[in-house]
Design a protein around this ligand. Structure first.
Ligand code: UD1
Length: 421
């Protein structure tokens, strides 16, 4: 299996193009199941997760053509041949559980494997199921699968979520667009990816108001039609690369970067000492002259500080002058990067959902590995300023969510390469 080798070297300079958002495109791909007309997606990132979800959709009868070297996906679910998403496929990618809403909405039937937990937490799906039941579906859990049926179709209703879950909001939304009558999702997720999904559904003929706020109102329609939709920039890739010059020094421009995608994160970066400027092409981030200031962070649903940037922020705080605390409130086991950072000389103490990080003046490279995507990238970031070589193993986690990360970082001056083992 490949690994990534990083050698700490000098400051970075140049520009990095930000790819389309992984967590948006996955949900837009599932939305293709809602219509018998083609859905074309542009600005698609080339990632392992997209290929995995493509396998799930193809298994349901959706045809998928990759155009422009994979930058454009043409999906055609003209005829669905199956309503069952198999365990072998769903277990590889939790987001494939989001075929549930479109399948039950369009066909009145869905059998989807329960996704199970993953390294960062148990990740229950009770709210997804509750939403479908409220919409009138009969749901049974059998043999590790969710069996949902609504032979007479779904009926609009009120869906109050006990937590603003991204996945549950999106499954409820995609189920409700073809339901009879009005559905109101309360305490809905406000993530840009969820808003982007609603925008795509609207382009396909859905009637949705309030996406991007805590209350989404959906007026069911009889059918959706085809559309062409662009994918928004990946705010997690953006945030990750914003941290790179803070650790390595220098200044880089993130092409396509937008502050509205990362409001709380940008604020915390500025507190830490980043100079962030909006440019005609995106955002420019420069490490200020002083040391990195320690900044306390608590993860929260959007517009709060994203859990998907907590590991990368910790890598930066390892080099701060002083101590800070990072609190993880979304997932119960999301500090797996901490023990690996310790192996590189960091000072981090984890207690429950809180990590106390004390900056050090120097870290040293080491062979490290991580059990999830964002933890892996945090180790690369730390390696940018560590003495000697850092080898990040289990690189398939990185390939799930970062497109050509070694090429993007070496283009701005980092000493980084992929090693084929
Ligand atoms: C999505 C993102 C992921 C991000 C997360 C939080 C995708 C593909 N993934 O994941 O990158 O880290 O949002 O921003 O979009 N929960 C329940 N019951 C449910 C649903 C969720 O208890 O029915 C809990 C989960 O266990 C977790 C929390 O709610 O602790 C947040 O989960 P959720 O917002 O649903 O995240 P995902 O949609 O899985």
């Amino acid at each position: 299996m490949d690994s990534i080798l990083v050698r700490g070297n000098g400051p970075l300079s140049g520009a990095i193009p930000i790819a389309g958002a992984k967590n948006t495109v996955l949900k837009l791909m599932c939305a293709a199941l809602l219509t018998d007309e083609p859905l074309t997606l542009t600005n698609v990132p080339r990632l392992a997760d997209i290929r995995t979800l493509s396998d799930v959709l193809v298994s349901l009868g959706c045809e998928i053509a990759e155009l422009s070297g994979g930058r454009v996906l043409a999906l055609n679910a003209g005829e669905l041949t199956s309503c069952k998403a198999d365990y072998d496929l769903v277990r590889k990618l939790r987001a494939s559980f989001n075929v549930l809403g479109p399948l039950i909405g369009r066909t009145g039937q869905a059998i989807v494997s329960m996704p199970g937990g993953c390294a960062i937490g148990a990740r229950a799906v009770d709210m997804h199921i509750d939403a479908l039941e409220r919409l009138g579906a009969k749901v049974e859990l059998k043999d590790g699968y969710v069996h949902a049926s609504a032979p007479q179709g779904l009926k609009g209703t009120e869906i109050p979520l006990r937590f603003a879950s991204v996945g549950a909001t999106e499954n409820a939304l995609t189920a409700a667009v073809l339901a009879k009558g009005t559905t109101v999702i309360k305490n809905a997720a406000r993530e840009p990816d969820t808003k982007a999904l609603a925008d795509c559904l609207i382009a396909m003929g859905a009637q949705i108001e309030g996406a991007g706020t805590s209350e989404i109102v959906i007026q069911g329609v009889d059918a959706l039609h085809g559309a062409t939709q662009g994918v928004i920039p990946d705010r997690i890739e953006l945030g990750t690369f914003m941290i790179a010059p803070m650790i390595a020094g220098g200044s880089i421009e993130l092409l396509g970067g937008r502050l509205d995608l990362i409001p709380s994160f940008a604020e915390k970066m500025q507190e830490a000492g980043a100079i962030i400027e909006e440019t005609p092409a995106g955002l420019k981030v420069t490490r200020g002259d002083g040391p990195i200031t320690p900044v306390n962070v608590s993860t929260a649903p959007f517009p709060g500080f994203p859990t998907d940037l907590q590991a990368q922020f910790m890598a930066m705080m390892c080099f701060a002058e002083g101590t800070c605390t990072l609190e993880e409130t979304i997932f119960e086991n999301r500090f797996m990067h901490a023990p690996e950072l310790l192996r590189m000389g960091a000072k981090v103490e984890v207690q429950g959902g809180t990590a106390r990080v004390t900056g050090v003046s120097e870290m040293t490279g080491a062979p490290v590995m991580a059990t999830d995507l964002r933890a892996s990238v945090s180790l690369i970031l730390a390696g940018l300023r560590s003495k000697g070589e850092t080898t990040v193993n289990r690189v398939y986690h990185l390939d799930r969510g970062y497109e050509r990360i070694e090429e993007k970082l070496s283009a701005v001056g980092a000493d980084i390469e992929r090693v084929k083992n």
